[in-house]
Design a protein around this ligand. Structure first.
Ligand SMILES: NC(=O)c1ccc[n+]([C@@H]2O[C@H](COP(=O)([O-])OP(=O)(O)OC[C@H]3O[C@@H](n4cnc5c(N)ncnc54)[C@H](O)[C@@H]3O)[C@@H](O)[C@H]2O)c1
Length: 452
């Protein structure tokens, strides 16, 4: 099939690379000249494992352009995968979505075209995008246009985006007519039936069989995305709230989480106590859910509470350090990890940024390191007055405390003795609760977590 993808961020580029790998002819469009230039040279403008390799494999079927006119007229399926960043009052900023929908309407071909919202968009956006496209078509004097709008929410996780796209837990297609759903079913068929030859660097996991398809109406597909993200966020905040109680009563939160999670009704994932969630999605999507619900007079009190617990976890890092060091002014605190999670250089809503800001406000010096996100940090957060360290040992030198903020595998394998011995006071706050307490203590550290 001939496919256009609008937006070459984490979602758009991953989708484009995967669909091209499956044999579809894909044109990716983005107004960002820097990104398109890089992609045309075969470079990936952000860090995502194996994406560069897949782009090489998919290259014969893949084009990149800044010009809608090179992608839209021929496309049978057009994915909108532009950013929907947080806006005012909790609702996302939809200006990129609006520009994309209007651009589609202005250039759409005469054949039947499916316009797919892959961006996470508020409930009702399917109808809104439909109206924007139709108005744009009519402004060109071309009748009402021959198209339909579908919702195909994306569930990939940065850091394992390709794996999640090729071997998803489910595919959700929301459409109000069967013809639309059938076109998307045909597009995704190699993934749904798992009939494609896996790329050598991404072998098919043993457990993966046919992928469930949820074929539903537009509003349900839109709500599925928000409800899924909010539920994952709730799980994280729930274990963090239990972690606070565990600390008070002297319980081991890791054992508690395991004891809860092995109940098949609950599941072990997303029950890791720690600093809480970050990234571009959970914060924005829970805020959007609360905002949408309020338009209907609903409170969403559980989701609001999860957001508040998450916000507090970042402050609790500073409170813990204050309790240990008594004075933060003039102290040097080292942060291990900047990215919001391992295997990405994405810094959006990263907990490390808030922790650094809180510490700086209290007069501390802050040293930082990240195995992958340093360059991006320098570009995007030049105003944050922190000291950039070349490695974890540099972060530890003469520091009064270390905070493990992002659980990069490189940090989990550190040789902790030399780190402890070069610090002013060997305090280690494991804000992800991932290190072996006994091993770190043997290395000479006073070991702390957010749950005891
Ligand atoms: N990142 C994730 O893990 C993830 C997962 C699931 C869903 N989502 C959702 O997918 C959407 C995209 O997220 P992302 O992380 O890929 O965003 P991103 O910021 O990485 O990329 C968005 C891209 O859209 C481009 N763009 C802006 N306006 C455009 C236009 N008019 N036409 C074409 N391109 C345009 C931008 O230049 C940018 O390259 C968001 O709604 C997000 O909530 C993201």
């Amino acid at each position: 099939m001939n496919v256009a993808i609008l937006g070459t961020g984490y979602v758009g580029l991953t989708t484009g690379a995967c669909l091209a790998y499956l044999g579809h002819r894909v044109t990716c469009v983005d107004p960002d000249a820097h990104k398109i230039g890089a992609l045309q040279r075969g470079e990936v403008p952000f860090y995502e494992p194996h994406l560069e390799d897949l782009l090489v494999e998919a290259r014969p079927n893949l084009q990149f352009t800044m010009d809608y006119a090179e992608a839209i007229p021929e496309a049978q399926v057009i994915f909108i995968a532009v950013g929907t960043p947080p806006g005012n009052g909790g609702a996302p900023d939809l200006r990129y979505l609006q520009a994309a929908a209007e651009g589609v309407g202005e250039r759409m071909g005469p054949h039947f075209t499916v316009v797919v919202n892959k961006s996470t968009v508020p409930i009702g956006s399917g109808n809104w995008v439909g109206a924007l496209v139709r108005d744009a078509v009519e402004r060109q004097g071309r009748g009402r246009g021959c198209f339909s709008v579908a919702s195909n929410p994306e569930f990939l996780r940065e850091g394992s985006a390709l794996h999640d796209s090729l071997y998803p837990d489910r595919v959700v297609i929301g459409a109000d007519e069967s013809q639309t759903a059938e076109i998307l079913y045909t597009l995704y068929r190699p993934i749904l039936d798992q009939t494609f030859q896996p790329p050598p660097f991404l072998p098919r996991p043993d457990r993966v069989g046919a992928v469930p398809l949820i074929s539903t109406d537009l509003a349900s597909a839109e709500l599925i995305k928000y409800a899924a993200n909010a539920f994952l966020a709730l799980k994280i905040s729930y274990i963090n709230e239990i972690g606070q109680l565990a600390e008070k009563v002297g319980a081991d939160i890791a054992q508690v989480a395991r004891g809860i999670g092995l109940d098949a009704r609950i599941g072990t994932r997303f029950l890791q106590a720690g600093i809480g969630w970050g990234g571009s999605c959970f914060g924005k999507d829970t805020a959007a859910l609360v905002s949408t619900a309020s338009e209907y007079g609903l409170e969403m009190s559980i989701v609001k509470a999860a957001r508040e617990v998450n916000r507090r976890q970042r402050e609790r890092v500073v409170e813990k350090l204050l309790a240990e060091l008594k004075i933060l002014k003039g102290r040097t605190i080292g942060l291990l990890g900047l990215a919001f999670k391992p295997h990405t250089d994405d810094l959006r809503e990263a907990p490390a940024l808030d922790v650094a800001r809180h510490l700086l406000e209290r007069g501390a010096r802050v040293k930082v390191h990240d195995p992958v996100a340093m360059d991006r940090f320098k570009k995007e957060h030049a105003g944050l007055d922190v000291i950039l360290a070349s490695d974890a040992y540099e972060v530890a030198r003469e520091a009064d405390a270390l905070v493990l903020v992002t659980e990069w595998p490189q940090y989990l394998e550190l040789d902790w003795e030399p780190l402890a011995s070069c610090m002013r006071t060997p305090i280690l706050l494991d804000a992800r609760h991932v290190l072996d307490r006994a091993r770190v203590a043997r290395a000479g550290f006073r070991y702390l977590t957010l749950a005891g």
